[in-house]
Design a binder for this molecule. Structure first.
Ligand code: GDD
Length: 409
């Protein structure tokens, strides 16, 4: 038997995701029309003998209740949200719920970060992990040398795939192979986490007895129940024939900013061509709008037949897209109205916002640039014939003049 755990974090995390995380927990923000966490969850469906999926986080339970019950019914696999009373770190959070996770005595536990976008090759990882015979296997990918330092960098044996060296976000270059935040473990992982936590307790006791505290410990130590998977577990276990790597040749991105969510929405739309083609708009029929490339349109959205949509567009529930509207590479959230001849390019339009006639909301389109994507928060009104370029607009603002390269607070 196999279980999967998805780490969803909590409201103190995801601050770089503002203003979009002001309304909704980041893991529920829609990418390709589905909550972010839905993508790893549906990938879990492909794991043989999967018995349960747990989401662990410190958001309020009610925020996930509706989603968790509907997805459990849909997948026919129980999905449970487990709430931490405070952040315990990525490994501490897992350890905190070890009794529930081990309830059905699973032989393997998948652990997934919710803020990564990839093809989640989980059955392939399970096979590789069984062949290696260690306590854990990490999904890795090759990235550019310049971007590697934002992630955990690692070195693996090219023949055996054993993890030889691991450094979390190093200041000097170690390797262009990075940790994707997707793991599979045997239940021995709990013993490893317990070891770190016990060590911390010992040190804390020692410190209490020592009068030379300042000499011995320059940094404030972490609480004994706060354990990070990367620094505290992966680094010390590297080179001990316990951890192995599985390299992905597919797409992989991390979703920390709204700009990246737009890029990842497009990646998931492209993946739908193979996994869920029924979710992509076809544009067939004389009454429907013209569709270019990959587009998702919620069944309750109303799109005028003279609008032109795509590529890489997702339109959420109850949105109204007027005549002559042009949408390219954008996320249109629930209850948005875009009036006649409005244009949205490289942008995210927040819930209940309204874009006036002949108005334009657009950006340069580089998701890594500071303002490469224009973002309108919830309930923003852009009046008729107003142009908004490379800007971020916080919720409830009305724009009656054009703006460029601005953050409207
Ligand atoms: N439940 C819970 N409790 N979740 C947490 C906690 C916690 O205390 N702390 C972090 N998380 C979740 C986050 O929501 C995220 O999904 C995941 O755990 C990892 O978050 P961080 O620990 O903040 O690390 P990171 O995202 O900066 O980097 C990690 O992931 C990268 C891949 O995306 C590292 O493992 C990197 O090495 C790795 O490259």
């Amino acid at each position: 038997r196999v279980v999967a755990v998805i780490m969803v974090g909590g409201p103190t995390k995801g601050t770089r995701f503002r203003p979009l995380s002001l309304n909704i927990p980041k893991p529920l923000f829609p990418l390709a029309g589905q909550p972010m966490v839905h993508h790893p969850i549906s990938a879990c469906k492909r794991i043989p003998n999967l018995t349960q999926i747990f989401l662990i986080g410190f958001y309020e339970e009610r925020e996930f209740a509706l989603y968790v019950s509907s997805i459990s019914n849909e997948l026919k696999v129980p999905v449970r949200y487990l709430k931490e009373d405070k952040p315990h770190g990525s490994a501490g959070g897992l350890y905190n719920f070890r009794d529930l996770i081990m309830e059905d005595s699973p032989s393997h536990v998948f652990l997934l970060n919710c803020d990564v976008c990839c093809s989640f090759p989980l059955p392939e990882m399970l096979d590789a992990h069984r062949r290696y015979g260690g306590i854990g296997t990490i999904l890795v990918i090759k990235v550019s040398a310049e971007s590697a330092s934002q992630f955990g960098e690692l070195v693996a044996d090219p023949v055996t795939n054993e993890l030889l060296h691991y450094t979390e976000k190093p200041e000097t270059f170690v390797s262009d192979r990075i940790n994707c935040g997707v793991y599979i473990f045997t239940p021995d992982i709990f013993t490893a986490i317990q070891g770190v936590s016990a060590q911390r307790k010992d040190r804390a006791n020692l410190r209490r007895m020592s009068s030379f505290e300042a000499l011995q410990y320059t940094t404030r130590s972490l609480p004994s129940d706060f354990v990070r998977l990367d620094q505290d577990i992966l680094s010390p276990l590297a080179g001990k024939k316990q951890l192995y790597t599985y390299e992905s040749m597919d797409f992989w991105e991390q979703i920390k900013t709204p700009g990246m969510s737009l890029k990842c929405s497009a990646l998931y739309l492209a993946q739908f061509r193979f996994t869920s083609p029924h979710l992509l708009a076809s544009g067939d029929g004389t009454k429907s709008a013209s569709i270019v490339g990959d587009v998702y349109i919620h069944p309750s959205a109303k799109v005028h037949p003279t609008a032109k949509i795509g590529p890489d567009v997702s339109i959420s529930a109850n949105a109204r897209i007027g005549p002559g509207v042009r949408l390219i590479n954008c996320i249109i959230l629930d209850d948005v109205e875009i009036k006649e001849n409005g244009i949205v390019i490289h942008a995210i339009v927040g819930w209940k916002s309204s874009i006036g006639r002949w108005s334009r909301v657009q950006a340069g389109g580089d998701p890594n640039a500071k303002l490469g994507v224009t973002i309108l928060g919830e309930a923003v009104t852009v009046e008729d014939e107003v142009v908004v370029v490379n800007s971020i607009v916080l919720p409830n603002k009305t724009l009656n003049m054009s703006v460029q390269e601005e953050i409207i607070l």
